[in-house]
Design a protein around this ligand. Structure first.
Ligand SMILES: O=P(O)(O)O[C@H]1O[C@H](CO)[C@@H](O)[C@H]1O
Length: 286
């Protein structure tokens, strides 16, 4: 398995080859792409007009190496990346994002599971990601490290508006129409590298830093998407409450994360499918 160290480790020709291969395999040209988080693979089941590819069949695509902490996710449906065995800090997770861009995608919907830090959040809430803190990025694990390819974007991209305000407003409206406005929130997502869940001291630090939820993914994809000019919407399902208190007995585990994903699958499916058509419409009318 060839694991790329950062997005610049692939040449533009590598990206082009993969794009051309995919475009020769399908006549579908979606404008919206979706990346599914842990336990959220069912989102792909509702995609109409599906054509599925296995990662290992796609030239240059990062291949998953195992059950956990693997560098990529399965491709479940057209321009819809299925859930990981966990995508995290390994930068090859961003390879598909540039392929989306070259294939004509304009908006990216990312979903993930995360632990709620904001005391007001409840398990099962859906947090629209308003902003993020890229902790691995601070430590030098950044998907845009290395030489910059101007054909994708500029050397020093602005990230202050990484998550589209317009798409967030659209998600809020759709959520209310679908009757789930009561558990849609907005907040700041923080990425840690994992794979362990946070200690109480770490969780307290994240709280002080202004994080509303914490997970181990998404920011590399969003950073690369923003760099190459995609509009991004991030939906984070709060699957557990992060312990900010030593007296709390409950212990978080991955099974619980997947379980809550299943519990919210139907609502998220409806939300995401409606969002896809509204995004598509807003692109068509621009
Ligand atoms: O971010 P996604 O892939 O949804 O997965 C989340 O769930 C896993 C932990 O249970 C971690 O990988 C965390 O990042």
């Amino acid at each position: 398995v060839h694991v790329r160290v950062c997005s610049s480790c692939c040449s533009f020709e590598d990206y082009k080859l993969t794009t051309e291969w995919l475009m020769n395999q399908t006549s579908l040209r979606p404008k919206v792409a979706v990346i599914c988080g842990s336990g959220l693979g069912l989102l792909a089941d509702r995609v109409a007009n599906k054509q599925a590819f296995r990662y290992q069949d796609i030239p240059n695509f990062p291949v998953s190496t195992g059950e956990s902490h693997a560098p990529c996710r399965d491709m479940k449906a057209a321009w819809c990346l299925g859930p990981s065995r966990t995508r995290r800090v390994t930068p090859s997770v961003t390879f598909p994002v540039r392929i989306f861009k070259l294939m004509g995608v304009e908006s990216l919907l990312v979903t993930n599971a995360s632990g709620g830090i904001c005391p007001d959040f409840k398990v099962g809430d859906i947090m629209l990601i308003k902003d993020h803190i890229n902790l691995p990025g601070f430590a030098g694990q950044h998907p845009l490290c290395g030489p910059n390819d101007e054909r994708f974007g500029i050397r020093f991209p602005c990230m202050s508006d990484a998550y589209s305000k317009e798409l967030r407003a659209m998600a809020m409206d759709i959520g209310s129409e679908l009757g789930c406005g009561g558990f849609i929130r907005e907040g700041v997502y923080c990425m840690v590298s994992g794979p362990n869940f946070e200690t109480v001291a770490e969780a307290r630090m994240l709280h002080i830093l202004g994080c509303d939820s914490v997970g181990m993914s998404t920011i590399p994809e969003v950073t690369v998407a923003k760099h190459c000019g995609l509009r991004v919407l991030g939906l984070s399902l709060i699957t557990n409450k992060v312990s900010l208190d030593y007296s709390r007995e409950e212990k978080v585990n991955h099974e619980e994360v997947l379980e809550i994903g299943k519990m919210r699958a139907e609502v998220l499916q409806k939300l995401v499918t409606t969002l896809i058509s509204c995004c598509q419409q807003s692109i068509n009318t621009h």
